[in-house]
Design a protein around this ligand. Structure first.
Ligand code: B1M
Length: 208
């Protein structure tokens, strides 16, 4: 039994084995961060490489994603939480044209675990929806996730629309192709390349 078994089970598209191995590692007392980063997230990098090299196609990527999400569900109650932290309302979604939601779901789980009220708008969310939800829910922070270089402009459009609507809500962006420089370029209030970092950023922005 090892963390590599979790990674291998995802890459072999064996959902039940992923769940079994995550449970075994939790019971063995393995660090939750290691299970998450070296096992679950590490596997998706391997899957991405196999897609790029033509070994995997979309159906395999999808099966791997489902296997990874099953492991994530098992891990969810063990992800670090601090319910005593200052609270606020957070809107999150994957931007228009983009269907990737694993990273966004991970950020959601951790932000919820930190005691915030999180409204998850799902995937393929258009700009108007982000703006109207931020307004009606009186949100403190809007979180935008994108995994495709082709959908990053949707982030820029949404950040701009939020500013144009005169909302005081802060915006943060993240997702594999997104960078700090891009966040600054589009006028977002922050960027994180990982879920715990997003929690820290939200805490700072809400407290400011
Ligand atoms: Co897609 N896909 N995919 N895919 N997919 C990538 C992203 C890709 C890099 C694969 C590759 O070519 N190597 C590539 C993008 C290339 C590019 O744009 N540069 C790609 C492509 C091309 C596509 C399609 C176009 C393929 C096709 O149809 N020909 C298609 C697009 C569909 C669409 O969205 N319109 C497509 C489809 C899919 C599936 C549906 C099959 C599936 C997604 C299933 C799902 O999400 N439910 C899928 C998958 C699984 C992947 C890979 C393999 C894994 C993504 C993932 O879940 N990673 C991916 C390759 C890769 O990333 N290595 C790939 C794990 C996840 C935990 O990481 O989302 O980065 P990530 O989140 C991290 C951080 O980025 C950060 O925190 C998380 C935890 O640390 N983070 C935030 C994320 N959001 C944040 C927000 C924040 C802060 C931090 O604040 C707001």
């Amino acid at each position: 039994m090892a963390i590599a078994d979790i990674l291998n089970a995802i890459v072999s598209l064996k959902k039940d084995e992923v769940v079994e191995n995550v449970i075994a590692e939790i019971e063995a007392g393995t660090q939750v961060d290691d299970i998450l980063n070296k096992g679950l997230i590490g596997a998706m990098d391997v899957v991405g490489e196999k897609f790029s090299s033509g070994e995997f196609f979309v159906p395999e990527m999808l099966m791997a994603a489902k296997a990874m999400q099953a492991g994530l569900e098992v891990l969810k109650p063990h992800l670090s939480g601090d319910a005593a932290a200052e609270k606020g309302t957070i809107i999150i979604g994957t931007v228009k044209g983009d269907l990737h939601d694993i990273g966004k779901n991970l950020v959601t789980m951790m932000v919820e675990g930190a005691g915030f009220n999180v409204i998850d708008l799902g995937v393929d969310v258009d700009t108007d929806k982000f703006v109207s939800e931020a307004q009606t829910r009186n949100a403190d922070v809007v979180c935008l996730s994108a995994l495709l270089t082709t959908t990053m402009p949707s982030m820029a459009k949404t950040v701009e629309a939020i500013k144009e609507a005169g909302l005081k809500v802060k915006t943060i962006v993240g997702g594999a192709p997104v960078t700090d420089a891009y966040a600054q370029q589009i006028g977002a209030d922050g960027f994180s390349d990982n879920a715990p970092g997003a929690v820290e950023l939200i805490r700072k922005l809400v407290a400011a």
